[in-house]
Design a protein around this ligand. Structure first.
Ligand code: FE2
Ligand code: FE2
Length: 184
């Protein structure tokens, strides 16, 4: 079975690889100002496209496959077996924090990322001043660094702790369906 968390981490790395170009563009805009706009716009355009395709698909996998599986655990007051209960005691004690983290990623940050993708596309299409492009690119980088950081530091490790092989297999299956749907 493919580990769905590994898949999501690999996608983070791929997306951040594309964002690396944007970091260079931001540095360039800072150093050369308007002279760097011509080179920055195509980068902005391709990152905007990436946010609306690769990144949107990635977020869908989390929203529709991973998060519901975690919500099913942290949101329910079920009666797991004694062993599970002991194992997960520490985690369940922090369930409120985790629930809040999932909610934030799901309902606040993903929509914010989607909005920023739209803003970048608009800016790339109409052009803009060095300052404007700089601001927008920095916002994308900030949002993604923070969001991926939170997922990698909190959400993914906790998913690994609480999800059993069956849940992971279900998540992987659902993620593959999303992948197929997106490619149609
Ligand atoms: Fe995410
Ligand atoms: Fe993610």
């Amino acid at each position: 079975m493919r580990d769905p968390i590994e898949t999501l981490l690999r996608e983070h790395a791929g997306i951040m690889g594309q964002v690396a170009e944007l970091r260079r563009a931001v540095r360039d805009l800072g150093e050369r100002g308007d002279a760097a706009v011509g080179e920055a716009l195509p980068v902005l355009r391709s990152v905007g496209r990436m946010m609306e395709t690769d990144l949107a698909r990635h977020a869908r996998k989390e929203d529709e496959a991973l998060f519901p599986a975690l919500e099913a655990i942290f949101g329910s007051e079920g009666t797991p077996t004694q062993v599970m209960r002991r194992e997960h005691e520490a985690i369940h004690a922090r369930a409120a924090l985790y629930r809040e983290t999932v909610r934030e990623l799901h309902e606040v940050e993903h929509p914010a990322i989607a909005r920023q993708g739209g803003a970048v596309r608009t800016l790339a299409a109409r052009g803009g001043s060095a300052a404007e492009i700089h601001r927008s690119a920095e916002e994308v980088i900030r949002i993604l660094d923070e969001h991926f950081g939170k997922e990698e530091a909190i959400l993914f490790p906790m998913a690994r702790q609480v999800l059993g092989p069956e849940a992971l297999a279900r998540i992987a299956g659902r993620m593959e369906e999303i992948e197929v749907e997106a490619r149609r």
